[in-house]
Design a protein around this ligand. Sequence first.
Ligand code: 9D3
Length: 244
Amino acid sequence: MKIDIVTLFPDMFLGPFQESIIKRAQDRGLLEIGLHQLRDFTTDRHRTVDDTPYGGGAGMLMKPEPIAAAITSVRRNNPDAKVVLLSPQGEPLSQQLAQEFSAMPGLILICGRYEGVDERVRTTLCDYTVSIGDYVLSGGELAAMVVVDTVTRLLPGALGSSHSAADDSFSDGLLEYPQYTRPVVFNDLAVPEVLLSGNHAEIARWRRQESLVATARTRPDLLKTARLSDKDRSYLSRMEERGQ
Ligand code: 9D3
């Protein structure tokens, strides 16, 4: 998969993309990333990328022409790519959307700065507008890194044989159960006995129940869409009766 990123801050990506899974995916030829300085697509002496909003208001907007020129240029080497604008007004990024992206031949990620981009860029040049959540970032760059990270994990061969993206949390719509490693006692806290028992059926039952507890406490919204068995439902109602 080819991912081109259009940004005023290409250097922000250098550290994160040179480590770990994203680095390995590039080294293995599964992922190719192109970084493009938006200012290189301006034509005026001052290399202007922003302008004031029509109708007034605080701050500056990104001008459409440099973004349009960047997309046209980058498309020559990524012809079937979908264009994704990172914006606080976008649809929330989800594992499902990441899966959709990972099956595409290419992506062109547009990182906004200032108060946002001219609406005509979004409506005529972008296939998706994506937000990574309800909090304020300084621009689209960190959001683009999140998209690259989550999409890369889904590329066949990116994770290696010890781990499969299919085992990841959210595959059944619940939070993961708590996990423990050595030592058996840490700061006076022991590892739950059941995990030392060697009884794999009991361990599986305990983990499922702990997943349900964690989800009910921290992300009750997920229970509405999680795939739950009758046993899961009866455990949750017993929990509720006992006041968790
Ligand atoms: C005052 C209104 N703000 C919109 C909610 C202005 C504004 C804040 C932050 C405009 C742009 C930005 C920069 N953020 C992004 O470009 C961004 C973002 C984010 O802030 N949160 C979550 N996902 C994303 S994706 C891109």
